[in-house]
Design a protein around this ligand. Structure first.
Ligand SMILES: [Zn+2]
Length: 284
């Protein structure tokens, strides 16, 4: 029997252009604090008879409130890859921060896969601290509870199989119950790392993004992600604009990247020969 493989898409639905590099690393020593934009993604996994959405983005109202540039509703973007939100039955919520779990109600027939620890985190005593509460929207937490009472939350504890070939792995650091998703593709095993690594540079430099509940847990997560992925570009960071430079894009839509296709750098040949220095220069 041949090995099952999936197509994986990154859909960039919003961006934050005015961010500086010093805001993106916990250990930073920047002489020249350059702009380092942050993009927002939803991910979609397509198999022969499976569709799985990973995270649900945020809506236009939240974009306005948090002063993020909203490009398009990620739920609408799904149509461009042949997915109708009404037909989706499985959605993974990597964690409950506002940019990953808005729009839950736009998937009326879905069950949402979430870690025990994440629901306990966003409904428990930690939310008494403003610094920890800030990346959450209470309306999203209320929607999750609504889904719980509709029997549409599926709880996971630690690592588990989602469907054939696709696994959830709980990793520490960013929140208490963040999970990443491993997916087999024709180019090997990829890891949708979500916010276990916002940028490739967080993981490369072993310098976590500053929104972190447990620095040790996040550094351990970086090691684990590297062990799970088949190579550096099989790690898909949660917010890195370089995703759309490195991976081929869906014809006709510059905001959708094909993560299952071998990445190629313009004028530099195949990924295997590309150094991190070259990666840095592709955005200039
Ligand atoms: Zn995020």
């Amino acid at each position: 029997m041949s090995k099952i493989v999936y197509e994986v898409y990154a859909l960039r639905y919003a961006t934050h252009a005015g961010r500086h590099a010093s805001e993106n690393f916990i250990f930073s020593d920047f002489h020249d604090d350059v702009l380092m934009p942050l993009d927002f993604f939803m991910w979609a996994i397509k198999g022969r008879d499976q569709v799985i959405i990973v995270d649900t983005g945020f809506d236009a109202e939240t974009a306005k409130k948090r002063q993020r540039t909203y490009l398009q509703s990620p739920v609408e973007m799904l149509r461009e890859i042949g997915i109708n939100a009404d037909d989706v039955t499985n959605v993974v919520i990597t964690h409950m921060h506002y940019d990953h779990c808005g729009n839950l109600m736009a998937f009326p027939n879905a069950r949402f896969h979430i870690q025990d620890d994440e629901m306990a985190y966003c409904t428990g005593r930690c939310m008494g601290h403003e610094a920890l509460r800030k990346p959450f929207e209470v309306k999203d937490v209320i929607n999750a509870i609504q889904c719980l009472f509709e029997g549409r939350l599926v709880f996971h504890k630690g690592n588990s199989k989602l469907v054939d070939g696709i696994f959830l792995h709980q990793l520490g650091g960013h929140t208490k119950g963040l999970q990443v998703v491993t997916v087999p593709t024709v180019r090997g095993e990829i890891v949708l790392a979500s916010d276990a690594a916002h940028y490739w540079d967080n993981i490369r430099e072993r310098s976590p993004f500053p929104i972190v509940v447990d620095v040790e847990g996040m550094l351990e997560a970086h090691e684990k992600i590297e062990a799970l992925a088949d190579g550096p570009y099989h790690i898909i960071p949660g917010h890195d604009p370089k995703i759309l430079e490195v991976f081929p894009k869906l014809p006709g839509n510059n905001n959708i990247a094909l993560l299952h296709v071998q990445p190629v750098f313009p004028n530099q040949g195949n990924i295997q020969n590309v150094t991190s220095q070259q990666l840095a220069t592709t955005s200039q």
